[in-house]
Design a protein around this ligand. Structure first.
Ligand SMILES: Cc1cc2nc3c(=O)[nH]c(=O)nc-3n(C[C@H](O)[C@H](O)[C@H](O)COP(=O)(O)OP(=O)(O)OC[C@H]3O[C@@H](n4cnc5c(N)ncnc54)[C@H](O)[C@@H]3O)c2cc1C
Length: 408
């Protein structure tokens, strides 16, 4: 049988795995990458350490698409397959908090080096500075690059990523290619991204970090998603791991013109009543101090005037003069400090794209297009995005591996 001639558009995480698996299965593979080198985004992952997967990965860590589709993908190439694949290449896994997996070297570059070594060993053709602008279908596919070159193949994999961090390569051009082949694009929105607020007090507390709960709530203050961790206040809004985790739902509500409020609980380890008792004890033990001084050592100093002002209390009021009602108000604010969200930071700040090519138009067994036979999809270009914690790379590895097998 004639060898499959496979063209992979994009040279990111999903493309490199797809290329290796296709070549191991006998395909002749060419990677076309628009940047000057492949895998630029891999180098930036996990703050340069590459949180490559997560041993607690389930379909609940993914959004968009549909659950059946996601489950089918994860079942075909799961976390164990991923760890095995990377071990064979030389990357030994290190499991850290919350199931996050890193290479034992803690170097994202080591993941890329080992992938590139295998790409070279398998004699896969890699063309860099090759931005694909058009795909034409005759007997085979003709793929055109910006510099007027043509490439011929009988299978084409679209692995161009989403729109996040265009500096690292993924600029959304893959969506146009897919649309030109008849595919539907679910509106892409930034995810795993900082949230912007119009709250006036932010400038005063820029740089303050607290450990607490953050929750996105709806108009009736029903919790839509809650996360614990280090929250950072910035001059434009809020950031930090729990905020990135909440950003998907916040981004989606903003894009649908719905209100977005984030409620922060500064004291998640104690309930309202316990906090009230703690506060009463402090007020009784230090009656001579102003309420502002009383809070020193209890709440971050830069937050104190904001919390007291929010409670409508005069900042120099003596602890002994604080009424029960005022104390209750302070407890309420410490337990639920509401921040109005007006948007998210933009593509250059977002780690992942929510939205993408509609998975209903893609075969969940092979990742082949149901609209144009011979066209395949891998990675973030699809309308599936993961939580923070190694899930997005797992999606890239799983879809890359499945496509690599399918094209042969
Ligand atoms: C700063 C940062 C940190 C992250 N950290 C983590 C982490 O620790 N763990 C985790 O799981 N996920 C992380 N992610 C997300 C993860 O990196 C991505 O989800 C994953 O890389 C997506 O893989 P992909 O192959 O689909 O796309 P990409 O890796 O984006 O690769 C797409 C490639 O296609 C190329 N391309 C695009 N259009 C064209 C075209 N028209 N012609 C030719 N080439 C084209 C691009 O240049 C790019 O190289 C992080 C993302 C960022 C931005």
């Amino acid at each position: 049988m004639a060898k499959s001639k496979v063209i992979i558009i994009g040279g990111g995480a999903s493309a490199l795995v797809a290329a290796i698996i296709a070549a191991r299965n006998g395909a002749k593979v060419t990677i076309l990458e628009r940047k000057d080198r492949v895998g630029k985004k891999i180098l930036a992952t996990g703050n340069g350490r590459c949180n490559m997967t997560n041993i607690k990965c389930t379909s609940s860590n993914f959004h968009g698409g549909n659950e059946t589709f996601i489950n089918k993908i994860l079942a075909q190439f799961d976390v164990n397959n991923t760890l095995e694949f990377f071990k064979e290449l030389g990357s030994y896994p290190l499991v850290e908090d919350n199931g996050k997996v890193y290479p034992n070297s803690l170097q994202a570059s080591s993941i890329l080096d080992n992938l590139r070594y295998e790409i070279e060993r398998l004699k896969i053709t890699v063309e860099c500075n090759a931005e694909v602008i058009k795909i034409e279908q005759s007997n085979n596919f003709i793929v055109y690059t910006k510099d007027n070159k043509k490439y011929y193949g009988n299978k084409v994999i679209l692995a161009t990523g989403g729109k996040s961090t265009p500096d690292l390569g993924s600029n959304g051009s893959g969506y146009l290619l897919a649309k030109s082949l008849g595919h539907t694009l679910i509106k892409p929105i930034p995810s795993l991204v900082q949230l912007k607020s119009d709250a006036k007090f932010l400038k005063q507390i820029k740089g303050v970090k607290i450990n607490g709960d953050a929750a996105v709530v709806d108009e009736e203050h029903n919790i839509l998603r809650k996360e614990y961790g280090e929250i950072l206040f910035t001059d434009y809004g809020i950031s930090g791991p729990p905020i990135l985790q909440l950003s998907r739902i916040a981004s989606s509500r903003v894009s649908n013109n719905k209100n977005v409020i984030v409620d922060i609980d500064f004291m998640p380890k104690v309930c309202f009543e316990q906090l009230d008792t703690i506060l009463l004890d402090r007020l009784t033990a230090m009656p001579y101090k102003t309420i502002s001084d009383n809070f020193i050592g209890f709440v971050n100093k830069r937050l104190i005037p904001i919390i007291i002002k929010e409670a409508g209390i005069e900042i120099n009021k003596k602890s002994s003069d604080i009424s029960k009602k005022e104390r209750n108000k302070l407890v309420s604010i410490l337990k639920k400090f509401s921040i109005n969200i007006i948007g998210t930071n933009q593509w250059n700040q977002s780690q992942v794209t929510a939205g993408g090519i509609d998975v209903n138009e893609v075969d969940s067994n092979t990742l082949e297009s149901k609209i144009t036979k011979g066209i395949y999809f891998a990675g973030e270009i699809l309308d599936v995005d993961g939580d923070c914690g190694g899930f997005n790379l797992q999606w890239a590895w799983s879809t890359g591996a499945i496509v690599g097998r399918s094209v042969c």
